[in-house]
Ligand binder design. Sequence first.
Ligand code: F6P
Length: 357
Amino acid sequence: MRLGILTGGGDAPGLNAVIRAVVRAAMRTQGWPAVLGIPEGFKGLVEGLDPIELTPFTTRGLINRGGTILHTTNRANPFQYPVGEDQYADRSDEAIRRIEELGIDALVVLGGDGSLSIAHQLAAKGVRVMGTPKTIDNDIQGTELCFGHLTAVATATDALDRLHTTAESHHRIMVVELMGRYAGWIALRAGVAGAADAILIPEAPFEPERLCARIRERAERGASFSIVAVAEGAKPKGGDVSVLQPGEGVYQAQLGGIGHQVAGMLEGVTHLETRVTVLGHVQRGGGPVAQDRLLATQYGVAAVDALARGEHNRMVTFDGQRIGTIPLEQVAGGFRPVPQDHPLLESARQLGVILGE
Ligand code: F6P
């Protein structure tokens, strides 16, 4: 079987580790020919860009490398392909023709919800696809963990550790805005691991007055500083998510600004000196932590195994114990928020962390 592989949407630590695993499992275990790497995500198919021949030799040294050697874009949906300012066209037939031209029997798509939904639409038009769940946000339905997430959590935790230094020395409130889009997984996990005093996530809209009062109470009780971890998708009760740039067509809005909003509010009410850090793309950067390398490797191998068993139009998953696969129709268009009864939320509550509830 000739495999094609592409990376779609934002980069995430572990993409290269999946590519490496797919290539090795396909060629060494299955004896399939060299895998064709499609450059620039789905754009590479629509625009007919030259594929890159991937072998165990050319994928050496990739397990710890950040980004994606295939490059990526989040503005190349073949079904709503940008063809001019605010103009889109369905170019999916061109993408499918290119897959046929290259002699690709199955396409492995490393992507988040957007890319996996595209994969599902291509499958409906007859393409054999296998998805692997990639996103630092960890918000893909059907899997406990997406590769890239735990690296982002580690980076955000390190940032929180470092922010403690200035917070403590200057008796300040330090607000850190973390990524995650509409899910609070990064803020919750890094917030707990990095000992944040308040954690604001989209799943639990906060009451501004209550947040300010509780931070002030901390100060009155003698806490000389406070660390507030805010997910970029967090919002006040009854309010809206803070957006830097609105979405366009099928393309997502760019979130951001809530960190500054929260800081302004806290400083205004508590009169405690407050600073903001927007951690941004540092969370997506660098090589994957060991857990992400392991997950990425297992996902890559599982994708090839599943294709070899004759499965397609599915995504590989991890249920907390085992790697498996589920139909892409259970994934496409879905979303996985932090559930209200998640054990980590409960632990945070019991530690006395200020949550927006
Ligand atoms: O989905 C991953 C992510 O990093 C989100 O956490 C963030 O909101 C978004 O992508 C940023 O996208 P971009 O790199 O296009 O600005």
